[in-house]
Design a protein around this ligand. Structure first.
Ligand code: G3P
Ligand code: CA
Length: 298
């Protein structure tokens, strides 16, 4: 892999096409992203799909296709549907919760197109194909989504994700991949079960600053941190602290249409991330903007 900071296509080139669709992944690959991200959720029949939300309502037509299949909260959960049922849904650009309006108004129009849900294995096969046909290798960056919730549904999500990645040759950092998760208990469990070769990233939620003890604990298990942008910019000292412990830092999420409060322009943010802060990579809905920024500064 390249030694420049890593451009991680967040749910694909999701600033331009509906997230986690093959179209969004192909576009991100063509834009030169170093890694393509997968969020992974389990289905009722034990399959793994590439999908961000536990429920289907903001990203598909599930309410029209399967009336009466919601839970008491009114939501339709992926894990209550078989893969065949999930494949029958139309995927849309993300809508705001409970509405038919776009989460990001300037992006691909909602309720438009013929996009479908696919499995993790299908995505890994797709990326392998793109790597071969283009002659340029993009890595994969796979998130175990809410493993505690899946465990309560008797679904061993983390094991299934790591095993599927291994089936496709992703076994150590040299194979060009990361496994990410917000749940530190799950990362420790994965480390214990699958060994030190699997490169792990501890995702962080917005919230209280990390204590030195907590950050040291992360460094005993993971190779890096995935903090929200607001935890590193303006400079909080977290990047330097993480680097002092040998941790990579890959903040999320760079969006030209949703900059952090107080940031005047995309280039101001990228200058800070790769200049004074020296992060090791960034998750981006607009990977092309980051690729071009890095190329211009090379
Ligand atoms: O995985 C990095 C970032 O994607 C974490 O947030 O909610 O977009 O999965 P989310
Ligand atoms: Ca993610």
């Amino acid at each position: 892999m390249s030694r420049r900071p890593a451009v991680i296509a967040h749910r694909g080139a999701s600033g331009y096409l509906p997230e986690h669709t093959f179209a969004a992944k192909a576009m991100a690959h063509a834009m030169g992203a170093d890694f393509l991200e997968q969020d992974v959720i389990g289905t009722r029949d034990g399959e793994l799909i590439v999908f961000h939300d536990l429920h289907l309502d903001q990203l598909t037509d599930v309410g029209q296709r399967f009336p009466g299949r919601s839970r008491s909260d009114g939501l339709h959960y992926c894990i209550d549907f078989t893969l065949t049922e999930l494949r029958s849904l139309r995927v849309t650009e993300r809508r705001r919760k409970g509405t038919d309006t776009a989460r990001f108004p300037g992006r691909f129009p909602v309720n438009t197109g013929s996009f479908r849900i696919h499995t993790l294995a299908e995505e890994l096969e797709f990326i392998r194909g793109l790597n071969r046909s283009t002659g340029r290798t993009a890595g994969v960056y796979t998130e175990i989504k809410d493993p505690g919730w899946h465990a309560r549904h008797a679904f061993p999500l983390g094991d299934r994700v790591v095993e599927t990645l291994a089936d496709f040759g992703y076994r150590s950092a040299d194979d060009g991949f990361f496994v990410q998760c917000f749940d530190p208990v799950e990362l420790l469990r994965v480390r214990g079960k699958f060994g030190s070769a699997v490169p792990l990233i501890q995702l962080l939620d917005d919230g209280a600053p990390l204590t030195p003890e907590a950050l040291s604990a992360v460094a005993t298990c993971a190779q890096g941190l995935g903090p929200p942008l607001g935890m590193v910019w303006p400079d909080t000292g977290l990047v330097a602290r993480a680097r002092g412990l040998g941790l990579l830092v890959h903040p999320y999420t760079f969006r030209v249409d949703e900059l952090p409060a107080g940031c005047a322009s995309p280039s101001e943010l990228l200058d800070a991330l790769f200049g004074s802060l020296q992060v090791d990579g960034v998750f981006a809905d607009f990977p092309d903007v980051v690729v071009q920024h890095l190329a211009a500064g090379a």
